[in-house]
Design a protein around this ligand. Structure first.
Ligand SMILES: Cc1cc2nc3c(=O)[nH]c(=O)nc-3n(C[C@H](O)[C@H](O)[C@H](O)COP(=O)(O)OP(=O)(O)OC[C@H]3O[C@@H](n4cnc5c(N)ncnc54)[C@H](O)[C@@H]3O)c2cc1C
Length: 512
């Protein structure tokens, strides 16, 4: 392996070019910034796949207080209320800033933004661009980023390790094709997205395995709430991966969940089809495990209007040979969103000097034990401004990093699918988690392409084992009840040995 040093003049580096990375880079302008993307832009970012939209209290019958109440209810007691309040209060302004950047959101005849309804929202507050919000938004922002001279975009570059000296970032190691190089910088923003790619059934790009979590863990950063993985109740049940999503908005329009006989099975559940996502996902998983098939039936509420209202979803159904206007859509839950992540403060700073995190890889505490639908893009947009201000206000400096003796190979998460889906799916239990930790440990401390994905899976499994209760998206069949005294969790990877990892585990002191 040859490693050369790529001098970037100490500019900050953003790892990841989804919505969080793009917005952070745009907010940093005119400060020079390097934006890294593992693939050609937009080809493996969850941001481009978002259908529903962004939650903001813009309606006349709505307010930040109501949005906050819904967010806290979904978070099931573990949200950081201060952070949640801050995000919902700025969300309406964040939407206006996106409009100014060219976001083509849908408007009503009177010119006002059209607001959709999603599960567990008490008001219509989802700003969207038909059912391809992420795609439209991403490409509008990308066009602005490409015109912004202070942003240097580097595609096909994968960050492999952060280099730390005396508890602070001094650079990173990355690979372009087969060339490994070092970038000296004292400011790195992780914007690497989620972890769905660790699971067999996922709506995320298959490469989204939480690489940012592995980078942060190996740099000694604190990680928080890792056990909380949200499963979307209604992914299209076809062989296609990632699984196309049948957005909550379809249920918001009145579509109902039925079994193979056409019978609804959620009528006794408070909220029925619009109950919180984890309740709906668990009910569907339970029904599937009992040998039923589950369908989303939009024939009555939308029928022929389906294609006009949800063109991208209709196209995905058609590809699978289904016409949603006249047939029910087969659905099953799929790993969708990670509430846990790199523990950050109000400015997006991690516990390691010079390391920030933004977007899905970060854990701000907004989501607690479960995310309220469409709060994640709103969070990425809101927090990117705070992260950028904090990065810009930090002294740059430059120190040539002492390079590590070995460089990890480019990771491959594919061996994780079976292991992770069995142990860390919708229903978990201690016995399987313990066995899985034993399976993952040697892979995580090894040197194969599966090492980093296994490390992320291992840390999630440990967090899931330690949470001996059921709450939000985390359900333990051996601990089905709720522990009234439970707190958010935090862990730090201290050292990885040949057959063990040393962790610092602490109950979080962050406000709830
Ligand atoms: C199908 C689907 C629908 C969704 N719908 C909604 C919705 O309607 N509303 C909502 O609020 N949320 C939605 N979400 C969630 C939301 O889209 C994501 O949480 C959000 O887009 C994450 O943005 P991000 O910028 O953090 O990460 P991403 O958009 O996933 O971008 C991650 C970037 O990091 C790069 N990367 C990763 N590792 C490395 C590395 N080591 N080196 C270099 N680059 C790296 C990738 O190449 C990519 O560019 C949806 C998610 C999915 C999958």
């Amino acid at each position: 392996m040859t490693t050369y040093v790529h001098d970037i003049g100490g500019a900050p580096v953003i790892i990841g070019a989804g919505l969080a990375g793009l917005m952070t880079a745009l907010h940093l302008a005119p400060e020079p910034v390097i934006l890294l993307s593992r693939t050609p832009l937009g080809t493996d970012a969850s941001s481009t796949l978002a259908q529903g939209g962004l939650a903001a209290s813009l309606g006349e019958d709505d307010s930040p207080d109501l949005h906050l109440a819904d967010t806290l209810a979904a978070g099931d007691g573990l949200c950081n209320e201060q952070m949640a309040r801050r995000v919902v209060e700025v969300a309406p302004q964040a939407i206006q800033s996106l409009v100014r950047l060219g976001a083509p959101f849908d408007r009503a005849l009177d010119g006002k933004l059209r607001l959709g309804l999603e599960a567990a929202h008490s008001r219509r507050r989802i700003v969207h661009a038909a059912d391809a919000t992420g795609h439209q938004l991403f490409h509008a922002l990308l066009a602005v980023a490409r015109r912004t001279r202070s942003i240097t975009i580097m595609e096909d570059v994968t960050a492999l390790r952060l280099v730390v000296a005396e508890g602070s970032i001094v650079g990173l190691l990355a690979v372009l094709h087969n060339s490994v190089f070092a970038m000296p910088t004292r400011r790195v923003v992780l914007a690497t997205g989620g972890i769905g790619g660790l699971f067999r059934d996922t709506t995320n790009p298959l490469s989204s395995f939480g690489h940012g979590l592995a980078l942060a863990a190996c740099a000694g950063a604190e990680l928080s709430d890792l056990e909380f993985v949200q499963f979307h109740p209604t992914a299209l049940d076809s062989p296609r991966r990632p699984m196309p999503l049948i957005s909550e908005m379809v249920r918001g329009e009145g579509a109902v969940l039925v079994d193979e006989h056409g019978d609804r099975f959620l009528t006794d559940t408070p909220g029925a089809e619009l109950a919180s996502g984890d309740v709906v996902a668990r009910s569907i998983a339970h029904y599937l495990a009992a040998g039923h098939r589950v369908y989303l039936d939009a024939r009555q509420c939308l029928g022929k209007k389906f294609a006009k209202r949800f063109p991208a979803i209709e196209a995905a159904c058609r590809q699978a040979g289904i016409d949603p206007a006249v047939e029910p859509i087969p659905v099953r839950p799929a790993a969708h969103y990670h509430m846990g992540g790199v523990a950050v403060d109000a400015d997006g700073r991690s516990s390691v000097g010079g390391l920030w995190a933004c977007g899905e890889v970060a854990c701000t505490g907004l989501h607690g034990a479960n995310r309220l639908a469409s709060n994640s893009l709103a969070e990425a947009v809101a927090t990117s401004a705070w992260v950028a201000a904090s990065v810009a206000g930090t002294c740059a400096g430059r120190q040539w990093p002492r390079l590590p003796a070995t460089v990890p190979v480019r990771p491959d998460p594919s061996p994780m699918g079976q292991i992770v889906s069995n142990a860390l799916g919708i229903v978990r239990n201690g016995k399987v988690l313990r066995e899985t930790i034993g399976t993952l440990l040697p892979i995580a401390v090894g040197e194969t392409a599966a090492a980093d994905p296994a490390l992320v899976s291992l840390l999630i499994a440990i967090a899931a084992l330690r949470r001996e209760e059921s709450r939000g998206s985390h359900y333990r069949s051996d601990f089905p009840g709720r522990d009234a005294a439970a707190l958010p969790s935090r862990l730090t990877l201290c050292t990885a040995f040949e057959n063990a990892v040393a962790l610092r585990w602490q109950k979080s002191e962050r406000s709830r």
